[in-house]
Ligand binder design. Structure first.
Ligand code: ACO
Length: 323
């Protein structure tokens, strides 16, 4: 049975770090409120010359180097983003060009904060379906460009960055002992679309718009939705929470992460947390957290890793893979 296994990983962050204290001069907030309610201490903010394409390219180059591969070895790029460089063409084709890759195919995928979990699942299907042999799956965002910097309920929560993995088809036995993606579960519910959205777009206002969120409403739904898809993935793969080596959740709020891990029975020391360093980087959050835990030596070859995300739409999903 064909499995899509991770061969390399990389990440990129804008040069500028913005600490919580800086917000105290912008809106009516405090470092104490932000840390206590979210766990966020700082985030990276893109300069004018740092874009979703440039950060994505940087992360992709590092993932290729980590995999010991060249752009010529890749035949598919899937970029998860809600902050593309342009309405079209897809930012994925811009990254394809920046990498000097003039074969294969590339496209963007939009599922807001669940983007990377959706994208790696879609790339896995393209590999197992025989359309591609190796894929770059990238999550890259510049949410700072769509924030309302006068709205304290949203502007303190988000940051910019990118993460990327190279996945490739390998032979497996069809059990959860295989390396690669073992099971995925994706969901969405458009009835919740007004709880987290951007109030502009090409076909409506003709503007880019700003992010709007009913934070308390999102919070209320988050833990239940997250644990639902994870239990679905556990059932598909015939594993339990005790089998998980590393839980790499979407990094939106430390309280959501803690409550989800507690409900699932995943020990605190197995949870990868980077929300303190990066804030919520939407589709980049999961690959950034993964790259962080691989770089510091926690995630190693053969470990069972659980990814999870939820975001605007609502969209949500989970992926179980063996590193
Ligand atoms: N500083 C100080 N006070 C603030 C701030 C701030 N930055 N933001 C809000 N407040 C105030 C509110 O106005 C409110 O005041 P009030 O009681 O006088 O009305 C009070 O703090 C409490 O507000 P709540 O919204 O109830 O605070 P809560 O504890 O729910 O925390 C938060 C807010 C952090 C947004 C939380 O609800 C959350 O994390 N929600 C989920 C976000 C999320 O997971 N998003 C997912 C994906 S994102 C994506 O897809 C793009």
């Amino acid at each position: 049975m064909m499995r899509s296994a991770v061969r390399g990983i990389g990440s990129a962050l804008p040069r500028r770090i913005m600490g919580n204290k800086e917000f105290e001069g912008l809106v009516d907030t405090s470092d104490e409120w932000i840390v206590q309610r979210t766990g966020i201490r700082q985030r990276h903010i893109a300069a004018d010359d740092e874009t979703t394409a440039s950060l994505g390219e940087d992360a992709a180059r590092k993932a290729l180097e980590n995999a010991g591969l060249e752009p010529g070895d890749i035949d598919l790029i899937v970029l998860a983003t809600s902050t593309p460089n342009n309405t079209f063409p897809a930012t994925a084709v811009e990254i394809q060009d920046r990498l000097g890759m003039h074969h294969g195919y590339a496209f963007d995928l939009q599922a807001v904060c669940s983007g990377f979990v959706y994208a790696i699942t879609v790339a896995d299907l393209h590999i197992r379906g025989g359309l591609a042999r190796r894929a770059l799956v990238i999550g890259s965002e510049t949410f700072s460009r769509i924030l309302d910097w006068s709205d304290r309920t949203t502007c303190v929560l988000f940051g910019d960055g990118a993460g990327a993995v190279v996945i490739e088809g390998i032979e497996g036995e069809g059990s959860s002992a295989d390396r690669g993606i073992i099971a995925s579960s994706l969901r969405s519910d458009g009835a919740q679309k007004d709880k987290l959205y951007v109030d502009g777009g090409p076909s409506t206002t003709g503007t880019v718009g700003h992010l709007r969120m009913q934070g308390r409403e999102v919070f209320k739904h988050a833990v239940g939705m997250i644990t639902d898809v994870i239990e679905n993935v556990f059932a598909k793969a015939d594993v339990t929470a005790g089998d998980i080596d590393w839980f790499v959740p979407h990094q939106a709020n430390k309280r959501i992460i803690d409550a989800s891990a507690r409900k699932l029975g995943i020990a605190e020391e197995k949870v990868v947390v980077t929300v303190d360093l990066h804030g919520n980087t939407s589709a980049a959050s999961v690959p950034l957290a993964l790259a962080h835990a691989v770089a510091d030596g926690r995630i190693k070859r053969g470990d069972l890793v659980l990814l999870e995300a939820m975001g605007g739409g609502f969209t949500w999903g989970a992926v179980l893979l063996r590193w």
